[in-house]
Design a protein around this ligand. Structure first.
Ligand code: HEM
Length: 404
């Protein structure tokens, strides 16, 4: 096996050969002691489904005693309570109601981009602002503060998974954490005084009523929603456009048959998974593919490797927007299955639909490697400069549903 340096730029550019080699030896103990990597689809799914054996509460009890876990890093019954408090806000029915607003926003963002000329950084112009403005509106925090959110979530995301290669890891800037706490603390106080129809008001009430949510839990929830609802969807949109450039015949097919867009998005989720991996800790000795992983050891569950397992996907390295069925696990599986999946799918569909309608053609401005999100947990680029041949907005109004 090659050296395991998963945060190395070359690895981030192309981790797929590592997954292919790893699959043959999975589960594989690699990196610091007590850390295993799991690559096969069935083994990854089995771990995610068995949350009694495989805990999401990764921290050792002596660490972070002051900090409450978020739903992502907790097990039942804490997880059940935390998820129950917000799950209503993210059901497919609730999310569908956001469609007209997402459509207006996507059009406005692309109008601005088109007005600025033929070259555009699509991350800056569309893929980043669209999800962050939407989650800010759902939570009820001012979307104007999004430069701050970007800084916070870039910092938090850069630190994800650091330390797993035995290099010690990066610590979050304590000043930033204080700033985040103060910011949301002020918002919560403000909503208690002036309730509105937004998620912060609902969560502030749950905290106020006592037993439902502690203040540190509330802070963790807000940070989780802001970060999870942010970079991941940005990367889905950015990865989709990169796939369309890399596979022009698939783009041609999509332009001919726009009804394939939802299936194309699922194929991006599989082939260029925005979340590449997640981590679990064994609560007891656990058997994976005939090997015993001792209690207390951790497993990196490589979702992106599972998503290219040839036992499940024909021609797994190929990008095929008509793939059906497509049982990728890019949104996870089991009790932690992505809460924001309906929102992410809707935002990606509208963003891409609008971009395809507004552009006659698009291409990279150069062939340089793009700066990547600096963690193996995620796959995405921080900039995506394109040369775009824009189309008049009138074409958009006539082709998109619901905007007559
Ligand atoms: C393409 C975009 C997205 C991808 C690829 C993605 C991926 C994932 C994955 C893989 C998990 C499971 C992690 C694990 O089991 O350890 C997860 C959980 C989660 N996601 Fe997403 N996500 C996306 C968008 C969103 C959005 C828009 C939101 C915001 C509302 C969101 C909120 C969450 C939350 C709150 C959890 C934790 C759920 C739980 O622990 O029960 N995600 N996501």
């Amino acid at each position: 096996m090659p050296a395991f340096s998963p945060n190395d730029p070359a690895f981030l550019e192309n981790p797929f050969p590592f997954y292919e080699m790893g699959r043959a030896f999975s589960p594989l103990q690699i990196g610091p002691p007590g850390l295993w990597s799991v690559f096969g689809y069935d083994d990854c799914s089995a771990i995610l489904k068995d949350n009694a054996t495989w805990s999401s509460f990764g921290r050792r009890p002596e660490q972070d005693v002051e900090v409450a876990p978020s739903m992502l890093s907790s097990d039942p019954p804490v997880h059940t309570r935390l998820r129950g408090l917000v799950s209503q806000a993210f059901t497919p029915r609730m999310v569908e109601q956001l469609e007209p607003r997402i459509r207006v926003l996507a059009s406005e963002l692309l109008d601005e981009a088109a007005a600025a000329g033929a070259t555009v950084d699509l991350i800056d112009a569309l893929a980043y602002p669209l999800p962050v403005i939407m989650i800010a509106e759902i939570l009820g925090v001012p979307a104007e503060d999004r430069a701050r959110f970007r800084y916070w979530s870039d910092e938090i995301v850069s630190q994800l998974g650091s330390g797993i290669d035995g290099q010690g890891g990066r610590q979050l800037d304590p000043g930033m954490l204080t700033e985040v706490g103060e910011y949301f603390g002020r918002m919560v106080e403000e909503r208690r005084a002036n309730p509105r129809a937004d998620l912060i008001t609902g969560l502030a009430a749950a905290e106020h009523e006592g037993s439902k949510l502690s203040f540190p839990e509330l802070m963790q929830m807000l940070v989780l929603l802001l970060v999870a609802g942010n970079e991941t969807t940005t990367n889905l949109i950015g990865n989709a456009v990169q796939e369309f450039i890399a596979y022009p015949e698939q783009l041609t097919l999509l332009r001919e048959r726009p009804e394939l867009l939802p299936s194309a998005i699922e194929e991006v989720m599989r082939h260029s998974s925005p979340v590449q991996a997640t981590v679990r800790v064994a609560t007891r000795d656990a058997e994976v593919a005939g090997k015993t992983i001792p209690a207390g050891d951790s497993a990196v569950v490589w979702l992106a490797a599972a998503n290219r397992d040839p036992a499940v996907f024909a021609d797994p390295a190929g990008f095929d927007i008509t793939r059906n069925p497509n049982r990728h696990i890019g949104f996870g599986m089991g009790i932690h299955f992505c809460l924001g999946a309906p929102l992410a799918r809707l935002e990606a569909r509208i963003a891409l639909e609008t971009f395809l309608a507004r552009s006659a053609s698009f291409a990279r401005t150069d062939q340089e490697l793009l700066p990547r999100v600096p963690t193996f947990i995620m796959r995405g680029v921080r900039r995506l400069p394109l040369r775009v041949e824009w189309r008049e907005p009138a074409a958009v109004w006539s082709t998109s549903r619901g905007m007559t």
